[in-house]
Write a protein of this length. Structure first.
Length: 449
């Protein structure tokens, strides 16, 4: 405890700026105000007008400086939630642990939070030093000190167009260095999710992690297991959907964090074509992210775990089990292994299973079952998955394309496609038909039925 207290104190000493913040002009930081959300500017203007200070902060400033498009815009201010809310027509106070205000402009929400005080020894922590409750408002300087990395602690004032930099975050950002504010070990202990964030920003910005911030990662990786499961799932999803998913996985693996969140990864990568399959799936995800499309968590996890499911499936089939039963058992065992470390929400698990089970059904479908398959809510995702498998040379690409065309067709074209296919089947010599027996081995060619 005493050691922690001293560490906290030293951490805060380091975190304290030595000579006040740097005020960086737009010529040096390079943010073009036209790329800044006009709603975020509006929030700052209104608060300024009322005599408060207000800045755009965090990921948006970081991304604007390096020329990426920000996901969203957050504002930090010295006004309290109760002072902020009445200033806007559509604003609501949210959050229990730390209240903040959502200011709503049509589709866009500007998350507006009051400067927060950094971690202090008086705060509630668990036995590992993880902060359980922090609800203290603070000064601008304190708000900067409680942020995670120097490059995330930059404040943009849209009125003067200056960036306020308390922790030399701008030079770090320009050099692409992810550096923890304060004592890294203490800060990871306070919130182990910061370990995942460090890796994500390194991947996303093609940055390195400063040695002092990197060194504790291997040693402290296991602390991630104390993070509540839903938060962990959200963070892993952020990692996988940041546009650099494979890079993130490699970063996780390099420090051993994957063992605590994606325990199947080592084994998957050892399977023949396992790494390539994951790479292909994640490259598709990255492409969708860049195109601004939505990402389905079920599809992602279905892909991450598929090679193991497939392996188990074949093993169980080889023991003489019926393929459909075998696939169900394989899915159960792989999902159980995964959820011991990282719980996947039940609805996603159900969707993953559907995507997998349909892979087997594609192989055996006839006219009647094709129509039933089409009606499945996950049909489209399963067909996408089949395409992914075709790309990985696991199934025939012509057949995968037939299913994709079917998914894209309207009902009357579907009827024609299925009829033409049935006719083709009927015209085939009996030997060819026999080859499509329902008890074929799994993961062979998905047949165009
Ligand atoms: P992105 O939105 O691109 O994922 P971000 O940096 O904006 O990245 P958010 O989770 O939106 O991430 O958080 C906004 C800001 O809040 C961060 O930039 C950082 O300053 C601060 N922050 C977020 N999470 C933490 C944390 N766990 N510890 C300390 N500060 C944090
Ligand atoms: Mg953000």
């Amino acid at each position: 405890m005493l050691k922690e207290t001293i560490k906290n104190f030293v951490g805060r000493l380091f975190a304290a700026p030595r000579r006040g913040p740097e005020r960086v002009t737009k010529e040096k930081h390079g943010i073009d105000r036209r790329n800044v959300s006009r709603h975020a500017i509006k929030v700052c203007e209104v608060l300024h007008h009322e005599g408060y200070s207000a800045y755009i902060v965090g990921g948006a400033v970081r991304d604007l400086i390096v020329g990426l498009e920000p996901k969203d815009f957050d504002v930090a201010t010295n006004a309290t939630p109760n002072q902020i809310r009445p200033l806007f027509r559509r604003a609501r106070i949210i959050g229990k642990r730390f209240q903040l205000v959502h200011v709503v402009f049509g589709q866009e929400i500007i998350e507006t939070s009051t400067f927060r005080a950094p971690a202090s020894v008086e705060q509630d922590t668990d036995e590992h030093g993880r902060i359980l409750r922090d609800n203290l408002f603070g000064t601008h300087e304190e708000d900067a000190a409680r942020r995670d990395f120097t490059l995330n602690a930059l404040y943009y004032d849209p009125i003067t167009e200056e960036v306020i930099d308390y922790h030399r975050g701008l030079p770090d950002l320009k050099k692409r260095v992810v550096r923890m504010i304060g004592d890294p070990e203490t800060r990871y202990r306070e919130d182990p999710v910061r370990m995942l964030r460090a890796l994500r920003f390194a991947a996303k910005l093609s940055a390195t992690i400063d040695p002092a911030s990197r060194e504790p990662l291997v040693r402290m990786a296991h602390l991630i297991e104390n993070v509540p499961s839903s938060r962990l799932f959200d963070e892993i999803l952020k990692l996988l959907t940041c546009g650099h998913a494979m890079d993130c996985l490699r970063q996780l693996q390099a420090v051993g964090l994957h063992q605590s969140v994606l325990p199947s990864m080592d084994l998957t990568f050892k399977q023949e074509g396992g790494e390539e399959f994951v790479e292909l799936a994640l490259a598709r995800t990255d492409a969708r992210v860049r195109a601004g499309k939505t990402i389905s968590p079920s599809f992602l996890f279905a892909a991450l775990l598929w090679k193991l499911v497939n392996k188990r499936w074949q093993e169980i089939c080889a023991e003489g089990e019926h393929p459909a039963q075998a696939l169900m058992q394989a899915a159960d065992s792989v999902v159980a292994e995964q959820t011991r470390k990282l719980a996947i929400q039940r609805r996603f698990q159900a969707d993953m299973r559907e995507i997998w089970f349909m892979q087997a059904r594609f192989e055996r479908a006839n006219a009647k079952t094709i129509w039933r398959l089409i009606e499945q809510p996950r049909f489209r995702a399963a067909v996408d998955f089949l395409q992914l498998r075709a790309e990985a040379h696991e199934v025939d690409s012509v057949q995968a394309q037939w299913w994709m065309d079917l998914a894209n067709a309207d009902d009357s074209s579907r009827a024609e496609m299925i009829e033409a296919h049935e006719a083709e089947q009927r015209g085939k010599p009996p030997a060819a038909r026999r080859r499509r027996s329902p008890r074929r081995r799994p993961a062979a060619q998905a047949s165009r039925p």
